[in-house]
Design a protein around this ligand. Structure first.
Ligand code: ATP
Ligand code: MG
Length: 444
């Protein structure tokens, strides 16, 4: 992609309305544009990153056997009346009427709709477990939308739902999502800690929030530092291994302020391991048994000729919020340098040729390099403008491709100046550049 032809509207300075660095950067490099309070358009750069995150989330859902569906954004109020949440949900629900005067709503979440889909087709325990997910826009009329896409009204979420025959099987499903979340965040190069959470309006009896540490986060957290060392690598997808993994995390006190108990914290965690900080909630999983299946009549036939309500859980990941969360974790706002994890970077590498009006040989070389990179599925962005070198570098540092290739005016030999953002540059052959980038991409 040539910068001159791209739709990446970069601002010279930080927009004054943005209070946290992810919001600043996203406006600064034109990843999003607000259309009204808490509602955004996603421009090419932001959309690219979000789609890559979505794909990683999808792959990790598929790996645990979850099946993708797509439910609509607009729902009928009928099913919400059945579950009893139509009244309970309150002002966060955007309620609308169609031309027949029917009460509709823009879905804030999908427990009711998915239970309705389930009950109409699944009749026997033999078809269980069922793990269904979709990735779809949600609307919650947040009282104070803020921090850009971190807390907005319309946002993109992956929500999954599990249906099982017993509590024991349902916990197995819960644990599958637990590990798939750890893997998902790892591929995004984030350290997310699972924390015991309150079950809130969704209700139920077991819940974890996945939190990444960030000073600008909205959740206050109290944790035992040793939780960062828990290893999930190599855990197999069977009941025992997954239970053990969850226990390994749960042995360390780690909660958000809603569940915080000072006395418990101080007895369970010795002083040197205590960490009180802030974090961003990027995922939330719940087990709630028959909370929805019972009022909505979601039951299956059991082996002995009996019937029972299915046991359900729900599992959310804030796909759009993750774009901001990654920036909070990776953006150095002082030096104005962003380095996207290679797994979700909008471009793998930026090519910065020093062009002078009468000599476009550097640009020619950039184009030739780009062709080679394309053949190897490496995506580059080329600054083909005639701006000076330092402003080109500044721009590319904001766009945040993790690697840079710099082509000087007289660069004739077959070695090129190559740099991983944040490290020193070196002169190497293009084939080596390709090898390095490919290796990194394969890791995630
Ligand atoms: P929060 O406590 O941040 O309001 P929640 O508990 O209401 O979140 P869930 O209903 O569990 O959130 O939704 C699943 C995920 O969707 C959250 O973990 C979060 O990443 C994301 N999310 C929730 N509300 C918003 C929002 N207003 N804007 C952006 N992302 C959101
Ligand atoms: Mg909320």
């Amino acid at each position: 992609m040539l910068i001159s032809k791209s739709f990446i509207p970069i601002l010279k300075n930080n927009p004054s309305e943005a209070k946290i660095k992810s919001h600043q950067l996203m406006l600064r490099v034109g990843m999003i544009k607000q259309s009204s309070a808490g509602i955004y358009s996603w421009l090419p750069l932001g959309f690219k990153v979000m789609k890559k995150i979505e794909q990683i989330v999808r792959e990790e859902q598929n790996k645990i056997g979850a099946q993708e569906i797509l439910m609509p954004t607009i729902q009928s109020s009928e099913i919400w009346k059945e579950s009893g949440r139509y009244e309970d949900y309150g002002e966060e629900m955007l309620r609308i009427k169609d031309r027949q005067d029917r009460e509709m709503l823009y879905g804030p979440t999908n427990e009711e709709l998915v239970t309705d889909i389930f009950r109409s087709s699944i009749k026997s325990y033999k078809s269980l477990p069922q793990l269904l997910y979709h990735i779809q826009w949600k609307f919650r009329d947040e009282i104070r939308p803020r921090f850009g896409i971190m807390r907005c009204r319309e946002f993109y979420m992956k929500d999954a739902y599990s249906f099982d025959v017993s509590d024991e099987e349902a916990l197995f499903s819960y644990n599958k999502f637990f590990i798939s979340y750890l893997k998902t965040f790892k591929r995004l190069d984030l350290t997310a800690i699972p924390m015991a959470a309150d079950t809130g309006p969704i209700g139920g009896n077991l819940s974890h929030e996945f939190i990444i540490l960030a000073e600008t986060g909205e959740s206050k957290i109290f944790t035992d530092k040793r939780i960062f060392d828990v290893e999930s690598e190599g855990t197999e997808l069977n009941k025992n291994s997954l239970n053990d993994l969850r226990k390994k995390f749960e042995q360390f006190y780690s909660v958000t302020d809603e569940k915080f108990n000072k006395e418990e914290f101080e007895t369970k965690v010795n002083e040197k391991n205590r960490l009180i900080t802030k974090g961003i909630e990027v995922g939330h999983i719940f087990y709630f048994g028959d909370k929805y299946s019972k009022p909505m009549g979601g039951s299956v036939d059991l082996p002995e000729g009996k019937k029972d309500f299915v046991k359900m859980g729900s599992y959310g990941i804030g796909v759009s919020r993750l774009v901001g969360a990654i920036i909070e974790a990776k953006y150095d706002e002082k030096d104005e340098v962003m380095k996207w994890p290679i797994s979700v970077a909008p471009y793998d590498v930026s090519i910065i040729p020093m062009i002078n009006k009468n000599d476009i040989s550097a640009l020619d070389k950039a184009n030739r390099i780009n062709l080679e990179l394309e053949k190897n599925n490496i995506e580059a962005i080329i600054d083909d403008t005639d701006e000076n070198f330092s402003s080109k570098i500044k721009k590319m540092n904001l766009i945040g491709a993790p690697y840079q290739i710099i082509i000087g005016k007289q660069s004739k030999d077959d070695h090129i100046e190559f740099k991983e953002v944040g490290k020193d540059s070196k002169k190497i052959k293009l084939s080596e550049v390709i090898k390095i980038i490919k290796e990194q991409k394969a890791k995630y």
